[in-house]
Ligand binder design. Structure first.
Ligand SMILES: Nc1ncnc2c1ncn2[C@@H]1O[C@H](COP(=O)(O)OP(=O)(O)OP(=O)(O)O)[C@@H](O)[C@H]1O
Ligand SMILES: [Mg+2]
Length: 286
C-alpha cells in the first residue's frame, strides 16, 4: 500500500469512538419506493431515539428535498465538484433530520480524486461522531455509482414491490452485490403489498433462487402496505410518517425502524461510519 493510501486509512479510522451505521437503500427496478422509504425510515429511526443523517445519493435525479419540501442551496454534487464541504451543505428536515441533498446533473463518482476523498473524510468526522445512522438513498439499477455506494455501506436495504418485474430486477441486483461481496448484509423490504404474507412470499421466492444460484440468502426486512396516504403526503411534500402518523404505512415503517435499530451491524457490532464509507467508495472505483 502506498504512503498516501496508508495515511488516508489512518485518517478514516482515527479515534473511532463510535461510528454511524451506514445503510444504503437501493432497488433493481425504479419507482418501487426507495426515496419514500429512506425519508420515512430516517424519521422512524429518529422517533426511536436515534440521530440520523439522510444522504441523497441519487446523483441523477435526486428528490429527497422535494419529498420534504426543502430548498437546499447546495447539493452533494457541489461537494463532489470540490466546492463545498459536506458539513456546509446540510439542511435540517423534520424532527431534526439532517439532510444532504443530492445533485440534479449527471455525476460519476469515478471523478473523485484522492484529494477530494481526503477533504471528504475530514469534513464528515463530526457527522460520524454525532450520528447513529447514515441512510443513503441511491438510484435504481446496476450503474457504477449505485454499486459503489452499496458495496461501501455497512448494510443494504433492497426495496422491491410484489410485481414480477420488480422481483426479477431485485434478484439481479442482489446477485451482483453478493458476487462482489458474499458477506454483504442485505435485507429486503417489500413495498406496496396487500398483506404481510405477500411480502414474506416475495422474500421466500427470492431466497429460493438465491440459494440455487449464489448459495446465499437475504434477510426479510419487513413490509409496507400499499397506502393512499403515501401519495397524499408526497403531494403535500411532507413525510407520511409525520403527516399521517396513524396510517398503516407509518405503522409499518415504525416497525421496520425498530427492527433495524434493535440490531447491530458490522464485524464488531458497530457501523463503520461515513468516513469509512467514502474511503471505500474511493477504493472501489480506483
Ligand atoms: N407504500 C406505498 N403505497 C402507495 N404508494 C406508494 C407507496 N410507496 C411509494 N408509493 C408511490 O410510488 C411512487 C414512487 O416512490 P419513490 O419516489 O419513493 O420511488 P423510488 O424507488 O425512489 O423511485 P426512483 O427509482 O425514481 O428513485 C411515489 O409516487 C409514491 O407516492
Ligand atoms: Mg428515488
Amino acid at each position: 500500500m502506498n504512503d498516501q493510501a496508508h495515511s488516508l486509512r489512518r485518517l478514516a479510522n482515527r479515534g473511532d469512538r463510535k461510528s454511524a451505521r451506514v445503510i444504503a437503500v437501493t432497488s433493481g427496478k425504479g419507482g418501487v419506493g426507495k426515496t419514500n422509504l429512506s425519508v420515512n425510515l430516517s424519521l422512524g429511526l429518529i422517533q426511536a431515539g436515534n440521530s440520523v443523517v439522510l444522504l441523497d445519493a441519487d446523483l441523477g435525479m435526486a428528490n429527497v428535498d422535494i419529498l420534504l419540501g426543502l430548498t437546499p442551496k447546495f447539493t452533494l454534487t457541489d461537494v463532489l465538484q470540490s466546492e463545498k464541504d459536506v458539513g456546509e451543505i446540510i439542511v435540517e428536515g423534520p424532527l431534526g433530520l439532517k439532510v444532504v441533498a443530492g445533485g440534479s446533473g449527471v455525476y460519476d463518482v469515478a471523478n473523485l480524486t484522492e484529494w477530494d476523498l481526503e477533504r471528504f473524510v475530514r469534513s464528515v468526522e463530526q457527522l460520524d461522531l454525532n450520528s447513529d445512522f447514515i441512510i443513503i438513498d441511491t438510484g435504481a439499477g446496476l450503474g457504477r455509482n449505485v454499486l459503489s455506494f452499496v458495496l461501501a455501506a455497512d448494510e443494504t436495504i433492497v426495496v422491491t414491490t410484489p410485481e414480477p418485474t420488480a422481483i426479477t430486477d431485485a434478484y439481479g441486483m442482489i446477485k451482483v452485490i453478493l458476487q462482489r461481496n458474499p458477506d454483504s448484509a442485505i435485507r429486503v423490504i417489500v413495498n406496496m403489498v396487500n398483506s404481510p404474507r405477500q411480502a414474506q412470499q416475495v422474500v421466500e421466492k427470492l431466497n429460493a433462487v438465491l440459494r440455487q444460484f449464489v448459495n446465499r440468502e437475504v434477510a426479510y426486512g419487513g413490509f409496507i402496505p400499499y397506502d393512499g396516504h403515501v401519495g397524499r403526503a408526497v403531494s403535500e411534500q411532507r413525510a407520511f410518517i409525520t403527516a399521517f402518523p396513524s396510517s398503516s404505512a407509518s405503522r409499518s415503517i415504525e416497525h421496520v425502524a425498530e427492527k433495524i435499530a434493535g440490531k447491530t451491524s458490522g464485524q464488531d457490532g458497530l457501523g463503520r461510519g461515513l468516513k469509512g464509507f467514502f474511503s471505500r467508495v474511493y477504493n472501489l472505483i480506483h
